[in-house]
Write a protein that binds this ligand. Structure first.
Ligand code: MRU
Length: 341
């Protein structure tokens, strides 16, 4: 099922803040509405954010009243600035916005043709993500054995992508191949993407899933209850993988217990010109930590740290699954030269 669709000048998606209790359709008609949806995590997950940025530019193009191509281009640049200011960590958002902008800058033709080109490029980005996830799923399923218990963190599923999912794509493909697997999903504090979204997706698809709190990861690994870890990524740099806060902890625990730690991400998540220190980690508001279910639970005025992501050094990563195959530890050295095999 597609998470995001372009329908006659409107972006159709689902408000993920309301799941799983309510399925509320979002109809996004302007760049500002798209920026609001991204900032407030109505849409989220790195590959989906790429599609959102691309469709955001498609909205800017379609809503333009400009009569010449250079004016439309200026409006597209302004829209890209707004979209890029929403969330800093997932590189897919920047990659997709730049891809659409580059295509528009290289274009020669009239205004209507430019608008069609921008919409077409956004649609291609969405279609390519759906296809990449299916291929990645097959590539990753080869690493999963019949009977495995696979732990995943956050939501790297259909809802985080245009279709199928990255980490959950691997799990789905293994399940479809008839492997009798089980999943452990971490709740993923503070915004509970694991409890609200991953558990929902897997349960809906009939894939056995057990929900745990983030602090139980050490317990389940020490008890030998986990065979593999598969997570998604927001940005893969020369020396590390940025993903939802808590991923680094899971990776260190997996390393300690000899559990393979796999990352599944499309090429649009790779940013091999950068290093871990260059990644801007999004800091979100204190209320996400001091409040639970809308109710204050922490002492009034307490200091809060709320980074939304962390970076796992590559030494803890057993393999990175992508649409072109699988990179293992031996391949990671090539990341430094920006030219993986
Ligand atoms: O803050 P979110 O919900 O956008 O964070 C999402 C994650 O960290 C995912 O694990 C990541 O984007 C990979 S999604 C395929």
């Amino acid at each position: 099922m597609r998470t995001i669709k372009w329908q006659n000048g409107t972006v159709i998606t689902v408000d993920q803040t309301k799941l799983p209790l309510e399925t509320v359709t979002l109809k996004i008609k302007t760049v500002d509405q798209m920026a609001e949806a991204i900032k407030n995590l109505r849409v989220r997950g790195a590959p989906l954010l790429g599609a959102c940025a691309a469709f955001g530019l498609a909205l800017a193009a379609c809503n333009s009243k400009a009569s010449c191509v250079s004016e439309v281009l200026t409006e597209l640049e302004d829209a890209a600035t707004i979209l890029k200011s929403t969330r800093p960590t997932a590189v897919n958002l920047f990659w997709a916005a730049d891809r659409v902008l580059d295509k528009a800058r290289d274009f020669s033709g009239d205004v209507e043709e430019l608008k069609a080109l921008v919409v077409g490029e956004a649609q291609s980005i969405a279609d390519e993500d759906a296809e990449a996830n299916r291929v990645m799923g097959e590539n990753g399923a080869a690493l999963i054995n019949d009977g495995d218990v696979v732990l995943t963190h956050c939501n790297a599923g259909e809802l985080a992508t245009v279709e199928y999912g990255t980490a959950l794509g691997v799990i789905r493909a293994a399940w479809k191949q008839g492997k009798n697997i089980k999943v452990i999903a971490t709740e993923t504090r503070p915004l509970l993407q694991g409890a609200r979204l991953t558990a929902y997706e897997l349960k809906r698809d009939g894939i056995p899933v057990t929900l745990i709190t983030d602090s139980m990861v050490g317990y389940v690994m020490q008890k030998g209850l986990v065979d593999k870890v598969v997570v998604g990524a927001d940005r893969i740099v020369q020396d590390g993988v940025a993903n939802k806060i808590g991923t680094f902890t899971v990776a260190v625990l997996a390393h300690e217990h000899g559990v393979p730690f796999y990352v599944a991400a499309p090429k649009s998540t790779f940013d091999l010109t950068r290093k871990s220190a260059d990644i801007i980690i999004e800091e979100r508001k204190a209320a996400e930590v001091t409040h639970y279910g809308g109710k204050q639970v922490a002492a009034e005025g307490v200091n809060v740290l709320n980074p939304a992501f962390d970076v796992t050094p590559l030494k803890y990563v057993s393999a990175i699954i992508h649409e072109g195959g699988v990179y293992y530890q031996k391949d990671f050295t090539q990341f430094k030269t920006n030219a993986p095999a």
